[in-house]
Design a protein around this ligand. Structure first.
Ligand SMILES: [Zn+2]
Length: 294
């Protein structure tokens, strides 16, 4: 997890990335959001879709409504319901009359304070897109690609006309995705990486636009690297466990050198996500908080 690049960042400015795609950066930089959430506007200037409207911050909503101008908003689309992604859907829907379309609302087993801190519990879509279902407008089609793992309801959106894939928090160039159990699931995340790797083959996804950080021009190479990175983490965990039983927190200083101390909790969650996946596969066992090889 790298620190953000030096300022200035294009917060609140409209950047055109290709004929059908514009991007606006929200003012919510942080250790989990890099320079902030990137909201995408898709379509020509008449009838557009908004992807990942972002946090409910009046400055960002003002920048979005100004960029939208007189265009009709066909859909406000959310990749998942973390609080840096979906809360602006409500004020934006109120301002534009557009429906909220995309990922399903989450039903959380864990309703503790941590869940409240990161999940948008008020997200209320007008229409949920299942895997393979699409929203269309003049000259654009956005197809949902189910990619659970970072959250259980995560979707990517494929822009069929250009080969762009809006990857939300599933695949980003600046950092690996944070997988926090119980809603985050490492086995599902790995399967979703495999799915994107297969899609990015010959004639497949050409470019990724993640919700944080720069666009990714070499999707297949990046996803292959991420799959390798996760396997490496898994092997590290197994190696440490072969020396003796450990609690999840014990792994962090050995596996994450030079980690931003604010991310220690996230790193421990990520280790736990790997351990739970290994447990499901019968490779490790747990007694209380202590893990061992089985
Ligand atoms: Zn997220």
């Amino acid at each position: 997890m790298a620190g953000p690049p030096p300022k200035p960042w294009p917060t609140g400015k409209v950047e055109r990335l290709e004929p059908l795609v514009r991007r606006i950066l929200a003012p919510n930089a942080g250790p989990y959001t890099y320079t902030g959430t990137e909201t995408y506007l898709v379509g020509d200037d008449d009838r557009i879709a908004v992807i990942d409207p972002g946090p409910d911050d009046p400055r960002h909503i003002a920048a979005l409504t100004e960029a939208i101008g007189d265009a009709q908003v066909a859909a406000i689309m959310c990749t998942h319901t973390h609080r840096d992604h979906s809360p602006a859907s409500r004020p934006l829907a109120a301002a534009t009359g557009a429906p909220i379309v995309g990922c399903a609302p989450l039903v959380l087993d864990d309703s503790g304070p941590r869940a409240d801190a990161s999940f948008d519990r008020h997200y209320a879509p007008d229409r949920v897109l299942e895997d393979g279902e699409a929203m269309t407008g003049p000259g654009w089609t956005l197809t949902a690609v189910a990619t659970p793992g970072h959250t259980s309801n995560h979707l990517c959106f494929a822009l069929e006309q250009s080969g762009a894939l809006f990857t939300g928090d599933h695949v980003m160039g600046w950092s690996t995705s944070v997988v926090v159990p119980p809603d985050g699931d490492m086995g599902a995340y790995m399967a979703s990486l495999d799915r994107l790797y297969a899609r990015a083959g010959e004639g497949g996804d050409r470019v990724y636009y993640p919700a944080h950080g720069p666009q990714i021009d070499n999707p297949r190479q990046l996803v292959r690297g991420m799959i390798g990175h996760r396997r490496q983490r898994e092997n590290q965990i197994l190696r440490i466990l072969r020396e003796g039983p450990h609690a999840a927190a014990d792994f962090v200083p050995r596996m994450y050198k030079g980690l931003d101390p604010r991310l220690t909790g996230a790193a421990e969650m990520s280790v736990t996500a790997h351990l739970l996946d290994l447990e499901r596969r019968g490779m490790v066992a747990r007694t209380g908080d202590i893990w061992s090889v089985s």
